[in-house]
Design a protein around this ligand. Structure first.
Ligand code: ADP
Ligand code: ASP
Ligand code: MG
Length: 439
């Protein structure tokens, strides 16, 4: 039988009502055998996600060695969900045990993971299926990366009985034997991992929007839905800030060519977005597929006459960053200039000064300048390579919106154009590009 793995995000798990909507979706299709859930998210504007409540618990734990004050809020959220759903499970006992373990483990990752643990326990109870703990089936290697082989084997064994199951997203077990989480939004990765392990025919990612939209709906009202997205376009857009799907979530499914479908829990009949390997994908026919942006980058601009004749110049510059353990996002270059773009968080404090000094000493540039508070905006689409004048339209739209491009980088695959603008121009720039290409 073809299998579907369904991941439900925080808004889908926010309260008893939304969990009933989840149950309805699962019950409506027998292929939906495996469910991966996030911790309860916001119920209304201004509400706090359970994961954020849990990070606050860890703050209290660190300070006092105990987190009963902050944990009271988490407790109240889960008790009210179980009450709303009218479940007979002894949630009080589960919460007592959780609180005891929080105090015992004193670990940030363990604390943060309990939102998914508890919501999965409740969902398993609501659906009347078994709960498979992330601790027992998702494993990380010493270097912190997923141990795919071990994980896929453990998940296949755990589902070998053919019974339906619920998995908590977001965490597994580290090489040291302790609970370890993915980065924020990581339940999307867990869903992809389960889909790969059970060889699903599709990975359904259920959220609170009717698909991947051409840009962030918090920036432009009602952006166009993308019907079909290639894995490559997804990677570019999600990496550059379209966090409807975690940017790492494509890796497990890509190897097995498993399509991802983004669906809306609250409008389940809406078509959503299909994300497919390039060989199986039909483009929407637009020049641009989508636009995404991310703030807080630092650009180091380096000028030196005859730079391109100087063998090893780029290597000298990059070796300084390598030594400081800083990863490089982009390296746009001209004849006598190159820029290095890094995430500002990676070079906080003295590190930036050390890098500048290192480049001055080792590469002897004529000029070196630093530009901080830069946002990068990616305009992405396979259609761009075959369409003449795309960049002219893009820069024209930026000029009309009075946004100055501080940096430009066109990927060699012609899949994207990335521009650097001031942080405060980020939204304005995304909106201008969107309206240029989508009317
Ligand atoms: P979940 O809790 O279901 O994982 P997220 O909050 O992580 O949901 O992701 C869904 C949200 O992503 C949407 O509500 C939307 O505000 C935001 N978002 C940002 N960019 C996009 C985009 N390009 N398309 C759709 N949603 C986007
Ligand atoms: N609950 C976690 C977070 O808020 C993971 C997730 O929702 O995907 O980041
Ligand atoms: Mg998410």
């Amino acid at each position: 039988m073809t299998l579907k793995v369904c991941k439900f995000g925080g808004t889908s798990m926010a309260d008893g009502n939304t969990m009933q909507a989840v149950k309805k979706i699962i019950d409506s299709d027998a292929k939906r055998k495996y469910v991966v859930v996030s911790a309860p998210g916001k119920r209304f504007n201004g509400d706090v996600k359970v994961t954020d409540l849990l990070y606050a618990c860890y703050g209290e734990l660190k300070e006092k060695g105990d987190c009963s004050q902050s944990f009271a809020k988490v407790r109240a959220r889960f008790e009210s969900i179980v009450k709303e759903l009218n479940l007979s499970m002894d949630i009080k006992a589960v919460l007592d045990e959780t609180q005891r373990r929080l105090n015992e483990e004193q670990s940030e990752d363990f604390t943060a993971s309990r939102g998914e643990y508890l919501s999965a326990r409740i969902m398993a109870e609501l659906l009347g299926v078994k709960f498979i703990d992330g601790e027992d089936v998702v494993f990380f290697k010493e270097d912190g990366r997923l141990d795919g082989e071990k994980t896929y084997r453990a998940i296949s064994q755990a589902v070998a009985d053919g019974a339906n199951a619920v998995f908590p997203g977001f965490y597994g077990r580290g090489a040291d034997g302790k609970v370890k989480t993915f980065s924020r939004g990581g339940s999307d990765i867990s869903g992809a991992v389960v889909a790969r392990a059970v060889n699903a025919s599709v990975y359904e990612n259920w959220t609170d929007v009717s698909g991947f939209l051409a840009c962030d709906p918090r920036i432009v009202d009602n952006p166009r839905r993308i019907k079909n997205l290639s894995y490559k376009e997804l990677r570019e857009l999600s990496y550059m800030g379209a966090n409807v799907l975690h940017s790492e979530s494509i890796f497990p499914v890509r190897k097995a060519n498993i399509p991802i479908v983004i669906k809306n829990t609250f409008r389940p009949d809406d078509e959503g977005t299909s994300i497919l390997p390039i060989s199986q994908y039909t483009p929407d026919g637009t020049v641009v597929t989508g636009i995404a942006g991310k703030k807080n980058f630092t650009v180091i601009l380096i000028e030196k006459n005859h730079m391109n004749n100087e063998i090893g110049f780029v290597r000298k510059v990059l070796s300084v960053l390598e030594r400081e353990g800083v990863s490089v996002e982009h390296i746009p270059s001209g004849i006598d200039t190159m820029s290095v773009v890094v995430d500002s968080e990676e070079i906080q404090g003295y590190k930036l000064e050390q890098i500048i000094e290192g480049i001055k000493n080792e590469a002897d540039p004529d000029v070196i300048r630093v530009m901080e508070n830069v946002a990068l905006i990616a305009t992405v689409g396979h259609g761009m390579s075959s369409s003449i004048g795309t960049s002219a339209r893009l820069f024209d739209a930026m000029a009309r919106a009075n946004v100055n491009a501080k940096m430009i980088d066109q990927g060699s695959s012609e899949l994207n154009i990335i521009v650097g603008v001031k942080n405060e121009d980020c939204e304005k720039c995304i909106s201008a590009i969107y309206h240029e290409f989508f009317g």
